[in-house]
Design a protein around this ligand. Structure first.
Ligand code: DOR
Ligand code: ZN
Length: 335
């Protein structure tokens, strides 16, 4: 059994920099036609010059592969309309992080005052630059995304022409909110389609499944599955593959992030097949993103075959999702 995906896209990917970039970028570049690259480096990517030199380093790390890194700036309150106009040709989106909610987000926005920030949102709207948002407050860990809902609503209503992407949604409430506003869209990760908090902390603690936003309840996972498996046009795949060295995961003070890039397409194929929805995978991993971001990816056909393989225990010093476990589908050829 085999099928072909046309130009799969990963619309939320952490590639890091330096040695880690060299270690991980190839996995996404092999199997995806493009990805939206997250800007939460240290320091974050907040100007066009560092964005362009980061893009160069990524392109060098993926030499020989048909892969487009779509670049993303890290939202700053100091951005002006003039700055955005000049940045526009080089960027696909801008990512807003509330300060302190996740890895390397301390340079994010302290207090999201939508009215105060409106000149930036107006300019992004006029320039047609999508706004990607890590939608969590600093509240109780299970309620952070739900609490952020009010800000999403305010943004959606105040800037009806602004494309707003609710990144890595994890709750039923977010799935419902998405449907209420025309200009709200969402990325969904592989891991939030597969796990709940039980997998992270219900038995022995599994640091390799610890991520932000934390995986939630069964009913939340059901709501995400309904969107993804049906190829809902407002939802697209964004792996949030976020590698950390094993020393930062298997320790006290474990870093948040799941490294899923090397297994993303295989595991998605297995999941969609299990639910008899393989025909909707193309929409979820490519077509919806093309429509939402108005992008035309490079042509790349990825053939998957139903043939079991075992996920390696480590890639360099990074432990992937499903390390040491069998997966039913394999990427067989890319053309
Ligand atoms: O688990 C996560 N890891 N969530 C994020 O939002 C950031 C990411 C990272 O950069 O490690
Ligand atoms: Zn992320």
């Amino acid at each position: 059994m085999r099928f072909i995906l046309n130009s799969p896209l990963d619309m939320h990917l952490h590639l890091r920099d330096g040695g880690m970039l060299k270690n991980v970028a190839k996995f996404s570049a092999k199997e995806f036609a493009g990805a939206l690259i997250m800007p939460n480096l240290l320091p974050p990517i907040t100007d066009t010059q560092s964005l362009l030199s980061y893009k160069k380093r990524i392109l060098k790390a993926v030499t020989g592969e048909k892969f487009t890194p779509c670049m993303c700036l890290f939202f700053k309150e100091s951005y002006t309309a003039d700055f955005l106009e000049k940045a526009k040709p080089h960027i696909t989106a801008i990512k807003l992080y509330p300060s302190g909610v996740t890895t390397n987000s301390s340079g994010g926005v302290e207090q999201i005052d939508v009215k105060k920030l409106s000149p930036i949102f107006e300019a992004m709207s006029a320039l047609d630059i999508p706004l990607c948002v890590h939608g969590e407050t600093n509240g109780f860990v299970m309620d952070r995304e739900k609490e952020f809902g009010a800000i999403y609503e305010q943004l959606a209503v105040s800037f009806p022409k602004l494309t707003i992407i609710m990144e890595h949604i994890t709750t039923k409430a977010s799935a419902e909110l998405l449907k209420r506003h025309e200009n709200l869209y969402a990325t969904i990760t592989l891991h939030h389609l597969l796990i709940t908090l039980d997998d992270v902390a219900g038995g022995l603690l599994n640091p390799h499944l610890f991520c932000k936003p934390i995986a939630k309840r069964y009913e939340d996972r059901e709501a995400l599955l309904e969107l993804a498996l049906n190829g809902d046009k407002k939802a697209m795949f964004g792996s949030d593959s976020a590698p950390h060295p094993v020393s930062k995961k298997e320790c006290c003070g474990c870093a948040a992030g799941i490294f899923s890039a090397p297994i993303a397409l295989s595991a998605l194929a297995e999941l969609f097949e299990k639910h008899n929805k393989l025909t909707n995978l193309q929409a979820f991993v490519s077509n919806n993103a093309r429509d939402i971001y108005k992008l035309i990816p490079i042509e790349k056909n990825v053939t998957l075959e139903k043939e079991e393989w075992t996920v390696p225990a480590k890639f360099g010093d990074v432990v992937p999702m499903f390390a040491g476990q069998p997966l039913k589908w394999q990427v067989k050829c890319v053309s």
